[in-house]
Design a protein. Structure first.
Length: 506
């Protein structure tokens, strides 16, 4: 009972600390954009027609309930989205704990005492990935990992009840609905059960039937209600954005922290008992690394699934009972002290890639807010973080169909060189710039945000055939470390209060 009270008190303390610590990052860039998308869809605009989003619609659907509820209650949607993220962490971790207890793992008691550490991995470690789609999905993915480890025990325990298996499958399907290639994180741990049982029958367990059924129903819904994504958006994304990869950035940012965690997992697991939980988490983590490299962008939220599983594997190893014959008592005592210390150091090291913040300068936000009133906002530049959450922080209304100019930038980068493929990408870039100019001229945003270090778009902004003629109607209002804020020369806060230009039709 005392242990339970301590765990609950620790969970509450971590929640309070996390809420305050979250101010370092504010609302994450992608989350802010998807909140804006939800609001515009709720206002009557059509996804993939009036709004161009690179991801399948589930990325939008995931945030729709808290955004819709926020409008009903008259509160800022960011508050409820944050609350929804904490709820997902509690639900996912709690359900995983129930499965571990029902399975009777020998490390169950130790894992219960480590529950605050697992919770911290879900609400503190994400850092600049907090509330991202992958973050929420990974919270719901934990029960499926625990269930897979239960099945890997084989005859060591009774089979999981069908109801638990179906619920775990529903939870696990969220990750696959976010991005289909994360199915690899489902498949890799499942192979452990296949190998243990020397049969393919485990692949037809209720949880996998559930995931398959949910994904099939989802594909049918997308085909019926969002055929523009399949016919127009996805082919364009696959030809441009997906092809741009920065593998040196991925290696430089994540290789060393990840290797440190996995090396310690290997070292500590050498003299431990059965390790189904740790092994399943390790296999899922390895699959997550494959997905990280495949995406090739180096974004923290792309790395979070692999790192969460890796650190979870480390905690599971620490919870394992030691086997007999583990050396003399003195050595065991030293190891017992050094293992937690080394683990804490490695976990802190693993957190470093998630500490970077793109939160706009407070002084810049204040200066723009003081000079405007609910301005309409657009962006010229590649980085999504230039416009989001900045536009919402100044009370602005985003009028572009795109989150940023990633499509034009991707086509321009792929168009470097010679050959038919490069020429096709340049044609895509030219078409995008023309449509960008037409959208800006049609919407006449009060504020235009530009990216200081974006060489590609700085050149287009200076070209008479590009955006230079349009920008003659704007002057510099303020400038920060990463962005410049241009305001329309004839802008009037009084006119802005009366209503802005119509939303764009791409």
């Amino acid at each position: 009972m005392a242990s339970a009270r301590f765990v609950l008190a620790a969970l509450a303390a971590i929640t309070v600390f996390s809420v305050f610590y979250r101010q370092r990052w504010g609302t994450i860039t992608d989350t802010s954009w998807l909140i804006t998308v939800c609001e515009r869809v709720l206002a009557g605009e059509k996804l993939y027609v009036d709004l161009f989003e690179t991801n399948p619609p589930f990325s939008v659907w995931l945030y729709m309930p808290p955004v819709a509820l926020a409008q009903l209650l008259g509160v800022a949607p960011e508050i409820l989205v944050q609350g929804w993220t904490y709820l997902a962490a509690i639900m996912g971790l709690g359900f995983a704990g129930v499965i571990v207890r029902r399975a009777g793992f020998p490390e169950g008691r130790a894992l219960f005492r480590l529950a605050p550490a697992f919770y911290a991995l879900l609400v503190i470690m994400p850092g600049n990935a907090f509330s991202q789609r992958e973050h929420i999905a990974m919270a719901f993915f934990l029960p499926l990992l625990a269930l897979t480890a239960w099945r890997a025990r084989g005859e060591a325990s009774a089979a999981p009840p069908a109801k638990i298996a179906v619920l775990a499958g529903l939870c696990g399907s969220v990750l696959v609905l976010i991005k289909p290639y994360y199915a690899l994180m489902v498949l890799m741990p499942a192979l452990l059960v296949v190998i243990r049982q020397r049969s393919l029958r485990p692949l037809f367990a209720p949880e996998y039937w559930t995931i398959g059924s949910v994904c099939a129903a989802y594909l049918a819904l997308v085909t019926v209600f969002h055929r523009e994504f399949i016919g127009d958006v996805y082919p364009m994304v696959a030809e441009t954005y997906v092809q741009v990869r920065f593998l040196p950035t991925v290696l430089a940012r994540y290789a060393l922290p990840y290797a440190a965690v996995m090396a310690l997992v290997w070292f500590l697991s050498r003299r431990r008992g059965d390790q189904e939980l740790a092994t399943v988490a390790t296999l899922a983590s390895a699959a997550g690394i494959v997905c990280l490299v495949y995406q090739g962008k180096g974004f923290a939220y792309h790395a979070y699934p692999a790192f969460l599983c890796a650190v979870s594997a480390l905690l599971c190893v620490l919870a394992l009972p030691k086997t007999r014959g583990d050396g003399d008592a003195g050595r065991i005592s030293i190891r017992a002290v050094l293992a937690p210390v080394a683990s804490a150091a490695v976990i802190l090291f693993a957190f470093t890639p998630f500490r970077f913040t793109t939160l706009p300068d407070a002084a810049l936000v204040q200066a723009v807010s003081a000079a405007t009133d609910r301005p309409t906002v657009a962006q010229i530049g590649t980085d999504l973080a230039i416009g989001h959450p900045f536009s919402r922080m100044i009370g602005g209304r985003w009028v572009s169909a795109y989150s940023s100019d990633w499509l034009g930038s991707s086509a321009l980068m792929l168009g470097e060189g010679s050959g038919a493929q490069a020429a096709r990408h340049l044609a895509i870039a030219d078409d995008y710039v023309a449509r960008k100019r037409a959208e800006l001229e049609r919407t006449r945003p009060d504020i235009v945000l530009t990216q200081n270090n974006d060489i590609l778009w700085q050149k287009i902004m200076a070209e008479p055939a590009g955006l230079a003629p349009f920008l003659e109607n704007y002057r510099l209002l303020a400038e920060g470390r990463t962005r410049r804020v241009l305001i329309r020369k004839d802008y009037s806060p009084r006119a802005a209060m009366a209503g802005g230009p119509p939303m764009p039709q791409p």
